[in-house]
Design a binder for this molecule. Structure first.
Ligand code: IMP
Length: 179
């Protein structure tokens, strides 16, 4: 594990090592298991950023479930554009189903807010959010995610699925912008 890495024009320092991430992900999976074990939930994974988190989380969730994917975009470079665009549509019927949105990070919260609004029109039994990272200082949404892993400061992070202009997603540790 390198302490400092360069991605494009920026330097990033190690923030949360893989071992800590794995412990937190298992703990989240246990909480989900307790709440959803008899509910056959749909995990709706928000691409691209949540792919690594979702893979680890769902390996630890042993009850019956469906897994589906959706692609949204509101981020360019290091800033949220504020406009959420749905770039890949829902491919599963969510009516009367319990849906858990799986996100890598909730920053302004605008992405999940938009997604929740769109989903609620399809009459699901319930919709909750499970995010690995939550930045409360940046949050502008209405409802905070029910399942949160690490609560972090308002600094740009990458690794473990999260990118800076498409780089860094493959790193197993989380890094934070070095100032
Ligand atoms: P929100 O709509 O502002 O909550 O942004 C959500 C999306 O923005 C996430 O799913 C990420 O793809 C991206 N994002 C937000 N903060 C960061 C960050 O610190 N690093 C990398 N991507 C981020």
């Amino acid at each position: 594990m390198s302490e400092v890495i360069q991605i494009h024009d920026k330097e990033f320092k190690i923030f949360i090592p893989s071992e800590y991430i794995q412990v937190e992900v298992h703990s989240l999976a246990n909480k989900l298991e307790k709440e959803y074990q008899d509910k056959n939930p749909i995990f709706l994974v928000v691409l691209n950023g949540a792919f690594m988190f979702a893979a680890d989380l769902l390996k630890s969730f042993s009850s019956s479930c469906d897994i589906s994917f959706i692609k949204l975009s509101s981020y360019q470079g290091m800033n949220s554009s504020g406009k959420v665009e749905v770039t890949m549509n829902l491919s599963i019927d969510v009516e009367n189903r319990h849906v858990i949105i799986v996100e890598d990070i909730v920053d302004t919260g605008l992405t999940i807010q938009e997604l929740k609004e769109q989903l609620s029109k399809l009459n699901p039994a319930s919709v909750e959010v499970c995010t690995l990272l939550f930045k409360p200082e940046a949050f502008k949404g209405v409802e905070k995610p029910k399942f949160q892993g690490f609560v972090i400061s308002n600094k740009f992070v990458l690794g473990y699925g999260l990118d800076y202009d498409e780089r860094g997603r493959n790193l197993k540790d989380l890094y934070q912008l070095k100032e």
